[in-house]
Design a protein around this ligand. Structure first.
Ligand code: NAD
Ligand code: MG
Length: 386
């Protein structure tokens, strides 16, 4: 029987790549649910092409358009609650969590509560609620398989040894478009420059996060929760070619890495077919050509977001949720042209420094912290000197 898959965020960069993978896997996977915020035309096309019975759209404005555009037998759900309902209703085995931001948290949680296996692209969910998600997944028998390329690499490398044999985890980072820029130039970078990622083609939020290196900061927190490793065991390495997707160092000094072309279809497919491997559709590395792989330590001065990520990871509790929310809000302000690039991390730092951390927050408290951080960004924008 084919694996029954739900794709949350199907109209996005990861969602669309996932559907290419599904098409290539032919009869092995069937899509039983799709969800997105807007883009009803694309959602309807996807539903028709893959014969999907359940489709949810968060933006209620377009529910009629979607209903008319979908085949008549399609069940349409709307609003944020519609997404959660979709996850609770569909007969599914696997949910690809590919919504961007904390907006993806309720549906991801609903899928874990049902004990479904999760392909986790939506790192923000884990950053915000890692200490609630991980025990819930264990209790419900839901396997979290990372889709983030670095975490997929680590997940695969961890199969080479036992948890207590792990010495360090090296998260690689391409360094983004501003890897070689000086700080003054970077402070004034505009949106177009921030969206010119040298290696990966991704949605706008994560592309800006790659430019600030907040993406790597979030990934440090993601790795800490997902793999249960101490923050002190995690290192970031700049690797501009993005061929070595990450590495695990074992106590005997062996480093186990996963390599491949920078194409998200590989980790998406691995998450879908795990624990099996099947032929993939991403281009292969061409070792008949000379190639160089470079590595360098990160610059925490030019990329203060990375330092903030380590600080929030070490602090734990509600701090990662606050960092994430402040970042989501400031990235939106930058995309809207309301603040220069240099203020993204500066405002996030300001908000984090004002936060009174909760040690063991509940989900409701985490969402309150998220809302507080967003308000605080607006307040800081008006009154702070940063
Ligand atoms: P994207 O902006 O291209 O797509 C986001 C998707 O989420 C869209 O389908 C959108 O409609 C949906 N969405 C947004 N807000 C929503 C809401 N409130 N309710 C319902 N749906 C909503 O983003 P992306 O680049 O595909 O990234 C998705 C996630 O995967 C992010 O968490 C990102 O960090 C992670 N990720 C992406 C990549 C990549 O290569 N793109 C790599 C690693 C991890
Ligand atoms: Mg990544």
């Amino acid at each position: 029987m084919p694996k029954r898959v739900v794709i949350l965020g199907s109209t996005g960069s990861i969602g669309c790549a996932a559907l290419e993978v599904v098409a290539a896997l032919a009869g092995d996977v069937s899509v039983v649910g799709l969800a997105a915020r807007q883009g009803w035309q694309l959602l309807a096309e996807q539903a028709a092409r893959f014969g999907v019975p359940y489709v949810a759209i968060a933006d209620e404005q377009h529910s009629d358009d979607l209903t008319q555009a979908c085949p008549p037998q399609t069940h349409i759900l709307t609003g944020s609650d519609g997404l959660v309902e979709l996850v609770r209703t569909c007969e599914a085995d696997f949910v690809l969590a590919a919504i961007v931001g904390v907006a993806g948290l309720p549906a991801t949680l609903a899928a874990i509560e049902r004990g479904l296996d999760i392909g986790l692209a939506n790192k923000e969910s884990l950053v915000v609620a890692g200490p609630l998600i991980m025990p819930l997944a264990r209790a419900r028998g839901s396997t979290l398989i990372p889709v983030d390329s670095e975490h997929s690499a680590i997940f695969q490398a961890l199969l080479s040894g036992r948890p207590e044999e792990v010495r360090r985890i090296y998260l690689t980072a391409s360094g983004g478009p501003f890897r070689t820029w000086d700080r003054a130039r970077m402070e004034q970078a505009d949106l177009e420059q921030a969206l010119q990622h040298p290696v990966w083609s991704m949605g706008p939020k994560i592309t800006v996060d790659s430019a600030t290196m907040m993406n790597k900061a979030l990934e440090v927190i993601e790795a800490h929760y997902l793999f249960g490793v101490d923050v002190a065991q995690i290192r970031v390495l700049i690797h501009p070619e993005a061929v070595v997707h990450s590495m695990v160092e074992y106590c005997d000094g062996s480093l186990i890495a996963q390599l491949g072309t920078p194409d998200m279809k590989t980790p998406i497919q691995y998450a879908m077919t795990y624990p099996r491997r099947v032929p993939g559709i991403a281009e292969l590395l061409d070792w008949s050509q000379a190639c160089r792989l470079n590595f360098e330590p990160p610059d925490f001065e030019r990329f203060p977001a990375l330092r903030l990520g380590f600080e929030a990871a070490r602090a734990g509790g509600s701090s990662p949720a606050v960092l994430n929310a402040a970042n989501e809000a400031t990235v939106q302000l930058f995309c809207d042209g309301a603040i220069p690039f240099g203020r993204i991390a500066a405002l996030a730092e300001q908000v984090l420094s004002r936060h009174r951390r909760l040690e063991n927050p509940t989900l409701a408290q985490l969402l309150e912290c998220d809302a507080w951080a967003r308000q605080e960004v607006t307040a800081c924008m008006r009154h702070c000197s940063v």
